[in-house]
Design a protein around this ligand. Sequence first.
Ligand code: C6P
Length: 398
Amino acid sequence: MEVYLDNNATTKVDEKVFEEMKPFFCEVYGNPNSLHSFASKSHSKMVEALDYLYDGIGAADEDDIIITSNATEANNWVVKSVWLDKILDGDKNHIITSEVEHPAITAACNFLETKGVEVTYLNVNAEGVLEAKVVEDAIKDDTALVSIMWANNETGKLFPIKEIGEICKAKGVLFHSDATQAIGKVTVDVQDANVDLMSFSAHKFHGPKGVGGLYIKKGVELTPHMHGGNQMDGRRAGTVDVASMIGMGKAMHLATNTMAIAYEKNHVGMLRDKLERAILKLPDTIVIGGTGNRTPNTTLISIKGVEGESMLWDLNQNGIGASTGSACASEELEANPVMNAFGSDSELAHTGIRFSLSRFNTEEQIDYAIKHITDAVHRLRNISSSYAYTPKNHHSEL
Ligand code: C6P
């Protein structure tokens, strides 16, 4: 059996999404900006896709959603545009973010630091959550941007976006949220949350890879990301990837609708909890950051005495795909910043395994995964030099 439990890295494209995209390669291929019927067929389907995107994130008609290649591009655009508009061409010099953002934010901020910009990387609390008050206290007169993720990719922890949005609005500071791991898992409503800018990637919610978007609230000025033609209101010039955009629209429609069906009826949460409960029955296991306030599909578990990489290898032998953290840091041997945010316990950082589910996982798959995870823990602890079995921790359910 194959069990894919790495859906925070990427998801399977929904067949319905793929079907929707297919005609736009070889049959309907007109440039949507041309003035003939080959073009208008693409164009009308793109309008439908945009409508799905607006509905899915609760955007107002007068707001903008600009198609990008992914969330990384959208995040970089925000950070660098703020530098150009508000720092180089303005009187601000300070950006606030958190220590647990994706590198698409932190690396862009690190780059700005080399240009003399002051960046504050806020700490999360013991549960891995950023408190809104901490953001409020960090805002200064010269703060140009607050960028805080909606949900963390490794722990699944949800951040108080609405409260932070209200604080930023009251203080007149631009507020961006990276919602890459929230869309399709929890309700995301940009108006209710008072966000000015929000990034997302289609492949995290069963859409294609290589396409994403940036929500821009009406009235928010950003230097165009690409200068050129007048596609995307001149904010990101270049012929858009029509098939991918249409796929992303359909995926958003299904994810936000399916959320009502699968997530709200708690199919995904129920399976995640079953998996988690079974692992936690093993001695010396903990959920990093605890079980409160998370996306329903994610759990980050530390299994004492079991090196994360060895566990992944063992599971992979049995057709189970999981990860030790975010996919883009998986070749680095150092403990990543999210794990480090929980303190200096390097064992915790090296024994963390992330399981992230999707609406396509079944109970049969989870039962299979539980069996193989349990076996793997037993095997790896037996050969571990750092984990000594005692009568207390050598439970019979192993
Ligand atoms: N996180 C993970 O395994 P792209 O690659 O641009 O589609 O998505 C980047 C990105 C941005 N923000 C957040 C919160 C993310 O989780 C990701 C992707 C994957 O956790 C791959 S590193």
